[in-house]
Design a protein around this ligand. Structure first.
Ligand code: ADP
Length: 402
């Protein structure tokens, strides 16, 4: 099957056209700056690697997706000759609330429910819905499937997802922990079990997805039992520009002292914090921070130290939550590439059974690898994530049952 996988943000659309037989993308790309007359469309054919880049006026998601479809049919570099070749569309949807614990075919009812969940993810679900509406118009004969970032974590026990705040807030506003990056944690945990050669049902795995957004998940017998992101992707680890865990009282205190509005405090915690803030505004990019730290920049070093320290605390916590640990898996741009971060994270962790092999850990490109010592009680792995592939395969599975 040919499945178009879409990830629609407020001003961007990421796309991949998947061939599910080969499990490889045929083409992929990105539209950025939607809503402007200088939007950028980038496209790459995976057949010959040829690229197309255009700067054009794209005022909404429908126009963006129409442009994507026409580029996919480009005479020289296209991957299809007509839109009807697209068997189905798989959408990454950020928040499925408690309604969705697995991927679903999008019906009017499902659309409405995603809209209801938008209260919990006001920045993410509305653009996801724009992408769905656009595809309903442009590809009326292709079924559409929603794959939720939150779904995998719906197996968390209540003690892990409930906040210690008045119960009425959960009843009235669905305030609880949901967790994100579920597709990635699901995929890399399954791959890790395959690489180790054991049934996922028998394993206690911690998966660390470290990209611009970062989250860590405890996976016991194949199920998510705890994860670091909460009601929103702000909780947990230190991230590129997000603060992660913070004393909640700090927020009201800063708002009072600095006379900040809600939108300003939100921007502060989501866009101006994390690695970026710790490094004194130097960068939110781990590569740059690593280079700067190596040249002796103390602020860059501090950012890295705090990032790693928080990560290590979560690894300890999740080993305790599961009553043991068999495997630790690194993924995401930092997890897959940054040997220095993996190395620091595993330092002095022998007491937990984590024994990293320094030579094997030296891999600095995204490949599947076992990087622990032979005989280490905890196997440490790097597994490149493949969220789009999971979305394509889930979509195929649902469409085949229709
Ligand atoms: P997103 O969450 O936006 O998908 P990625 O998973 O691509 O982001 O991760 C981006 C992060 O990965 C950035 O902090 C970037 O610096 C880091 N990264 C990518 N490649 C490397 C590398 N070779 N060494 C260190 N960090 C890297």
């Amino acid at each position: 099957m040919k499945i178009l996988v879409l990830n629609c943000g407020s001003s961007s659309v990421k796309f991949q056209l998947f061939n599910t037989e080969t499990e490889k993308p045929m083409a992929k790309g990105l539209v950025e700056r939607i809503g402007t007359s200088t939007a950028k469309l980038r496209y790459q054919s995976m057949h010959d690697g040829r690229k197309i880049e255009k700067t054009i006026e794209i005022l909404d998601h429908t126009v963006a997706i129409r442009r994507v479809l026409s580029t996919l049919q480009d005479k020289e570099n296209g991957a299809i000759t007509q839109p009807s070749e697209i068997d189905a569309v798989g959408h990454r949807v950020v928040h499925g609330g408690e309604t969705f614990s697995e991927s679903v075919l999008i019906t009017q009812e499902v659309y409405n429910q995603i809209d209801i969940c938008a209260d919990l993810a006001p920045l993410h679900n509305p653009p996801n819905l724009k992408g769905i509406s656009a595809c309903q118009r442009l590809l009326p004969n292709s079924p559409q499937v929603a794959v939720f970032d939150t779904a995998f974590h719906q197996t968390m026990p209540k003690r892990a997802w409930i906040y210690a705040v008045p119960a009425i807030l959960y009843k009235r506003h669905a305030i609880r922990r949901y967790g994100f990056h579920g597709t990635s944690h699901f995929y890399v945990s399954r791959r890790a079990a395959e690489i180790i050669g054991k049934d996922i049902e028998e394993l206690k795995i911690i998966t660390a997805h470290l990209g611009n957004g970062c989250s860590i998940t405890a996976i016991k017998n194949g199920k998510s039992v705890d994860t670091s992101m909460g009601m929103t992707p702000l909780e947990g680890l230190v991230m590129g520009t997000r603060c992660g865990d913070i004393d909640p009282a700090v927020i009201t205190h800063i708002m009072a002292m600095e006379e900040l509005r809600l939108s300003e405090i939100n921007a502060m915690m989501n866009k101006h914090s994390g690695l970026y803030a710790l490094s004194g505004g130097l960068s939110n990019d781990m590569r740059e921070l690593t280079e700067e730290a190596m040249e002796g920049n103390a602020a860059a070093q501090l950012a890295i130290d705090v990032f790693v320290y928080r990560l290590k605390k979560y690894i300890g916590a999740y080993a305790a939550a599961m009553g043991g640990l068999d495997a630790l898996v690194f993924t995401g741009g930092i997890g897959e590439n940054a040997a220095n971060i993996r190395g620091k994270c595993c330092e002095n962790m022998e007491f937990l059974g984590i024994r990293l092999d320094k030579k094997k850990n030296a891999v600095t490109r995204a490949i599947e690898a076992r990087i622990s010592e032979e005989g280490s009680p905890v196997q440490v792995l790097t597994v490149p994530t493949a969220e789009e592939l999971v979305i394509a395969l889930d979509t195929q599975g649902i469409v085949k049952k229709m």
